[in-house]
Design a protein around this ligand. Structure first.
Ligand SMILES: NC(=O)c1ccc[n+]([C@@H]2O[C@H](COP(=O)([O-])OP(=O)(O)OC[C@H]3O[C@@H](n4cnc5c(N)ncnc54)[C@H](OP(=O)(O)O)[C@@H]3O)[C@@H](O)[C@H]2O)c1
Length: 287
């Protein structure tokens, strides 16, 4: 967009001259200084951190990142972990350490129930890919959905029914006051014994002690955690050495500058042409 002047912080010049800010993990109150903003772009898909800023300018639209490469990256990651669990890789890892040769028959994909919490940009793409591989996919969202090949559940009332048969649980919810701590002992107790957990949403969805307890009792057989309450994960955190926890350093899906820049540029062009912005966050629902 050669017609735009791009300024990189801290060389932003007069803050009153700035129309659009692209930000990630900015310090609280930082955005107040830009008095003429037309939009704030989050460089990530999740806007929980941004919305918690008490100094967030009122009335300025917040646009979240909807980047095709981010969606593709999350799809790859979720498929990788579902296949890892479906094909019983954690058991082979234990067998290898014990020098054991023991072929294990996985269930048919059509008998393997994979549940996705959150059927938004990311969740619904993963659901479609998993359904394409033949898995019995179920999804849970706030408002009712109808997706081909996916058994859909909605609202807190249908959460027990959704969890009750979910063998591999994927969390792809936004972090909001309603979803914080949703991966907790009460909900783990509703899963079948020996379920698998993949949390690729936000660390604060998970009550960490409840997961450790669920791993001890075998309610959860193994967990893949990409996100944590405090990042980077503290050096002495028990997850690091837990034999049934896989740790990924918040890298399941990263915003890719080449494709993300196109998305932001298209949205800025829309605004300059007087058209409505896309992917604007609802400050009330928090996503
Ligand atoms: N680990 C990583 O590398 C990484 C990368 C990118 C994103 N993320 C995380 O992934 C999250 C999801 O991203 P997205 O782009 O798919 O979000 P999205 O398009 O906004 O979709 C959110 C989904 O969650 C559902 N939902 C929200 N509140 C709910 C509630 N209280 N109960 C049940 N369902 C609820 C929504 O239901 P409705 O459809 O009914 O509105 C929607 O289906 C982001 O917020 C971010 O935290 C992580």
């Amino acid at each position: 967009m050669p017609m735009l002047e791009i300024r990189l912080w801290p060389d932003a010049g007069d803050p009153a001259e700035i129309d659009y800010v692209l930000a990630w993990n900015h310090p609280d109150g930082f955005l107040m200084r830009f008095s003429n903003l037309r939009a704030i772009y989050s460089m990530g898909a999740g806007v929980d951190r941004l919305l918690k800023d008490p100094g967030l300018p009122e009335g300025v639209p917040i646009v979240r990142m909807v980047d095709p490469s981010l969606v593709a990256g999350m799809n790859e990651f979720v498929l990788m972990r579902v296949l890892h669990y479906h094909r019983r890789m954690p058991e082979y890892e234990v067998q290898q350490r014990a020098g054991l040769w023991g072929p294990l028959r996985p269930p048919l994909a059509e008998d393997r129930k994979v549940g996705i919490m959150g059927l938004g940009q990311l969740g619904r793409t993963c659901a479609a890919s998993l359904a394409g591989l033949g898995f019995a996919v179920r999804g849970w969202s706030r408002t009712p959905k109808s997706l081909s090949g996916v058994q859909c559940f909605a609202g807190i009332a249908q959460l027990p029914a959704f969890l009750g048969e979910t063998e591999i649980l994927i969390c792809l919810l936004p972090l909001t006051p309603e979803t914080e701590g949703i991966l907790n002992a009460t909900h783990f107790a509703q899963l079948p014994q020996g379920a698998f957990l993949v949390n690729v949403a936000r660390g604060a969805h998970l009550v960490e002690e409840d997961l450790i307890f669920a791993l001890e009792t075998g309610r959860i057989a193994h967990a893949t955690l990409d996100v944590f309450r405090a990042e980077p994960l503290a050096a002495d955190h028990p997850f690091w050495t837990h034999p049934r926890v896989a740790i990924i350093p918040h890298a399941a899906a990263l915003t890719q500058p080449r494709t993300a820049a196109r998305t932001v540029a298209a949205n800025i062009a829309r605004d300059r042409a007087g058209e409505p912005l896309q992917d604007v966050v609802d400050r009330q629902t928090g996503y």
